[in-house]
Design a protein around this ligand. Structure first.
Ligand code: MN
Length: 242
């Protein structure tokens, strides 16, 4: 009994120190991404922009039922038409973490795995037509946002774009899926080096995509049938007032 009480008090104490979200460490040095992305842009992007999303996310969830939940669970819980600090900053943290994960300097990149390679052929025909779709999604995104390659609830690949820091895991996203590749098209991602030339930035950042990482994410998304089935929820069919 005393032991149980001790355990209870210990758990209570631990739960009051719920882990805050932190900015991940970059796998490479800031300058390793140059010349495609300059070192200063990498550093400001990570230590100022991404850090601000993390700080504001931690602030927004403190003392709410979201505190202590995984980032993925928070994103899944974000309901339609919600526009708040959790949506923007949980999205910002997730999206940037994925972005850093899939970028690598040319000499460190691995090859595309056979399963992803086959899926690209099935769903897009060639890697070049996939590239065209992603570039078109990224170029036509008005203002700030992201272009995504995602695994749909049924397991196929699809290219979409979302505004601001939204992503296809969110309940409010019309076209849902598990993102496996994301391209940041906010001006802060490229302005120092490319100013208004988004197309030049896209060409440069495309060359930094580490397809072995995208493949890992693809295989994980394909086998995560539980998460894919949760994305099937018919939120997009809900009409106003229902
Ligand atoms: Mn960004």
């Amino acid at each position: 009994m005393r032991n149980q009480l001790f355990l209870f008090v210990l758990l209570l104490a631990l739960s009051s120190f719920a882990q805050s979200f932190v900015v991940p460490k970059l796998p490479y040095a800031y300058s390793d991404y140059a010349p495609n992305i300059d070192a200063q842009t990498m550093e400001i992007h990570l230590t100022k922009h991404h850090q601000a999303y993390v700080n504001n996310l931690n602030k927004a969830i403190k003392g709410t039922m979201l505190e202590g939940m995984s980032l993925e669970e928070i994103l899944l819980s974000i309901p339609p038409v919600e526009a708040d600090a959790v949506r923007n900053n949980a999205g910002g943290h997730y999206n940037h973490s994925l972005f850093w994960e899939i970028l690598a300097p040319k000499s460190k990149q691995g090859a595309c795995g056979s399963s992803l390679n086959q899926a690209i052929v099935t769903d897009f025909g060639t890697i070049d037509s996939l590239k065209k779709q992603i570039f078109s999604a990224a170029m036509s995104r008005f203002g700030s946002g992201w272009a995504w390659l995602m695994v749909t609830p049924t397991g196929s690949l699809k290219v979409i774009s979302t505004p601001n820091q939204d992503n296809p895991l969110m309940g409010l996203c019309e076209d849902r899926g598990i993102p496996v590749l994301g391209i940041d098209v906010w001006e802060h991602a490229y302005y120092l080096n490319y100013q208004n030339r988004r197309a030049d930035y896209l060409t440069a950042v495309w060359d930094l995509v580490d397809w072995s990482k995208v493949s890992e994410k693809y295989d994980a998304a394909k086998s995560n049938t539980n998460l894919r089935s949760r994305l099937n929820s018919p939120t997009k069919n809900k009409k106003k007032g229902q």
